[in-house]
Design a protein around this ligand. Structure first.
Ligand code: ADP
Ligand code: MG
Length: 292
């Protein structure tokens, strides 16, 4: 593209809330074959709510939820906020914690009232040595409803099956339709449960699902999609997304995200609206055509 067509393209993009951080991105975007998208906070609001809290092994529901909320009050994960809010709404007295540790991509552990509390994904509970066979059906059913199933253990005993649900953004279905109309494939990459990811993907007509990815595994997921010279643009928001944004052929950060993610991105969608991705790719195609 000529410098003029790039300027016209980036100027028009800016009016649409799409910020190109370099001229190359405007040219490269038109080569996109697959748009890979982070789930939480990009396709979904990133603001889950607690939907289920089922106690196991005779634990008292109020006591268990108060202890789980105590542990989660130390975590910055959106799941944590959902659980703390639910405990407060129920008027529970959430104790202070005396220790806390977060196991990235798995869950958390903490101590409160002299009790040990562990909360996280099924893979976390398995890592801790819990046998989940008796609960696999419930877990799968929650996932099929697009909820994220979690487990809580207290003093080393399974205490509750917990679920949260994160609503899909209102604009997400249109954003995906627009990408399909451009002839592109859409892939979702997430640390969330496989069944949950599959249920959301089915609702949204997403072509490829890569689930239960640990934060460090997102780069490998992008590389996997890039095989055979496939051009992958990645859309993400979180701190964990910075390496994936850098690995992608074009990294697109959505504007509600962190400064770190934005710095690793070639394109920033200022409004946090994923419909900007198709607009940006459309502009890239148009500004290249202009010079012929
Ligand atoms: P994503 O950004 O896709 O949600 P994360 O790596 O942040 O991926 O989290 C992956 C999974 O780890 C979550 O779906 C959840 O099962 C578990 N997890 C992470 N943090 C917490 C937490 N504070 N409480 C309970 N579970 C958690
Ligand atoms: Mg995330």
């Amino acid at each position: 593209a000529t410098p003029t067509s790039i300027m016209v393209g980036t100027g028009r993009a800016a009016e649409m809330g799409v910020l190109f951080r370099n001229g190359e991105a405007l040219q490269d975007l038109k080569n996109t074959d697959i748009v890979a998208v982070d789930k939480t906070g990009t396709l979904t609001l990133g603001r889950p709510a607690l939907t289920d809290f089922t106690v196991l092994n005779g634990f008292d529901e109020g006591e268990a939820l108060a202890l789980v909320a105590a542990a989660e009050s130390n975590s910055e994960h959106p799941i944590a906020e959902a659980i703390v809010i639910a405990a407060k709404e129920q008027g529970l007295d959430v104790p202070d914690t005396t220790s806390f540790n977060s196991v990235t991509g798995y869950g958390i552990e903490a101590e409160a009232n002299g009790r040990k509390i562990e909360v996280g994904a099924d893979r976390y509970m398995r890592k801790l040595g819990h046998d989940l066979t008796a609960h696999a059906d419930i877990s799968k059913a929650l996932g099929d409803e697009a909820k994220t199933p979690l487990y809580a253990a207290i003093d080393g005993k399974l205490a509750a099956i917990v679920a949260v649900a994160d609503p899909v953004k209102e604009t997400t279905p249109q954003a995906i339709e627009a990408l399909h109309r451009l002839g592109l494939k859409v892939a979702m990459i997430t640390g969330d449960n496989q069944a949950t990811a599959d249920a959301i993907a089915k609702k949204l007509n997403i072509d490829t699902v890569i689930a239960e990815v640990l934060p460090a595994g997102k780069v490998d997921a992008i590389k996997q999609l890039q095989q055979n010279d496939t051009h992958v643009s990645f859309v993400g928001d979180g701190i964990n997304d910075a390496p994936a944004l850098a690995q992608a052929d074009v990294g697109i950060a959505i504007g509600t995200g962190t400064d770190i993610a934005i710095e690793s991105a070639d394109v920033v969608l200022m409004s946090g609206d994923m419909r900007g991705v198709a607009n940006a790719i459309g502009l890239s195609k148009a500004s290249i055509k202009n010079i012929h």
